[in-house]
Design a protein around this ligand. Structure first.
Ligand SMILES: Nc1ncnc2c1ncn2[C@@H]1O[C@H](COP(=O)(O)OP(=O)(O)O)[C@@H](O)[C@H]1O
Ligand SMILES: [Mg+2]
Length: 263
């Protein structure tokens, strides 16, 4: 038997989601999707992401796209919640709701649903597609590959924007715990300034110590931004710590970061 355990819908999106058939959770749970990325499989569970155009008959510039993430028996146990086994999208739903009011940019949450069927637990989460933004890693590669030698300024500005997004999350008492460059979506405005929107908050939580947030999120970002040179990594840390000269405590922290620069 199919049983809905939780359903949350952004009220202004309800009719659009209904028209697209996305409120019939049981039928969505049985749908075969074209995956945006190959689904993750772990210990008998799976989790996949698909991009859906809600109005495919509209002309391309009027089409509205969403990202639907759907999973079954895909759990994550976080130490901060006594290793309680929870669906990772239930965690992401909590994190998106807690952080949306306190950070400048988050994916717009449209729907969350959780269900149970024949002893299996499922959930889905729908966010509005981020239009005009690009994952930091893709953007950085384009910059580094471009023949233009005068690209250091945009890179430094983009790094400042990502660092400021990390600071906002940490100041709110949260850490992302999946702060890969592919999860930091950036956009450059007409003045050359950047904004950053963080996605994939399945592992986000409220660590007990703020240094843990810094070490986890800052070092993961630097470690996986393999195209950044030492100077750029230092610039990222200066922006994150809001300082020109690192204190001894900051230097100790930086030295603990795998993938961090030498300071
Ligand atoms: N709202 C969104 N806007 C744009 N791209 C998105 C959005 N949500 C997900 N994606 C894309 O789908 C990929 C997978 O989504 P993510 O939330 O990272 O799920 P997973 O848990 O499978 O890693 C992301 O790396 C990103 O490229
Ligand atoms: Mg991801």
């Amino acid at each position: 038997m199919f049983k809905i355990k939780k359903l949350w819908i952004a009220s202004e999106w309800e009719s659009t989601l209904r028209d697209a058939g996305l409120l019939d959770i049981e039928s969505v749970s049985k749908r075969e999707f074209d995956w945006f990325e190959a689904p993750n499989r772990r210990r008998g569970g799976w989790s996949g992401v698909t991009r859906i155009v809600l109005n495919p008959d509209a002309v391309p510039q009027d089409q509205k796209a969403v990202f639907l993430k759907i999973q079954q028996n895909h759990f994550y146990r976080a130490p901060s919640t006594f290793f309680l086994k929870r669906l990772s999208f239930a965690r992401e739903f909590d994190a998106l709701q807690a952080l949306a009011p306190v950070v400048s940019c988050m994916p717009n949450l449209l729907q969350f649903a959780q269900w149970e069927q024949d002893g299996n637990q499922g959930s889905l989460i729908i966010t509005e597609a981020l239009e005009g933004l690009q994952p930091f890693d893709t953007w950085l590669k384009e910059q580094k590959d471009s023949a233009d030698t005068n690209q250091s300024e945009p890179i430094l500005k983009a790094l400042q924007s990502v660092a400021s997004a990390a600071r906002e999350v940490h100041h709110a008492g949260w850490a992302h715990f999946g702060f890969y460059p592919k999860h930091a979506f950036i956009r450059q405005d007409e003045n050359g300034d950047f904004s950053t929107c963080l996605i994939d908050l399945e592992k986000a939580r409220q660590p007990l110590r703020s240094t843990q947030s810094t070490i986890e999120d800052v070092s993961r970002f630097l470690r996986h931004s393999t195209e950044l040179n030492n100077e750029e990594k230092v610039a990222y840390l200066r922006a994150y710590f809001q300082t020109d000269t690192f204190s001894d405590a900051q230097k100790r922290m930086i030295r603990k970061m795998h993938g961090g620069p030498s300071v």
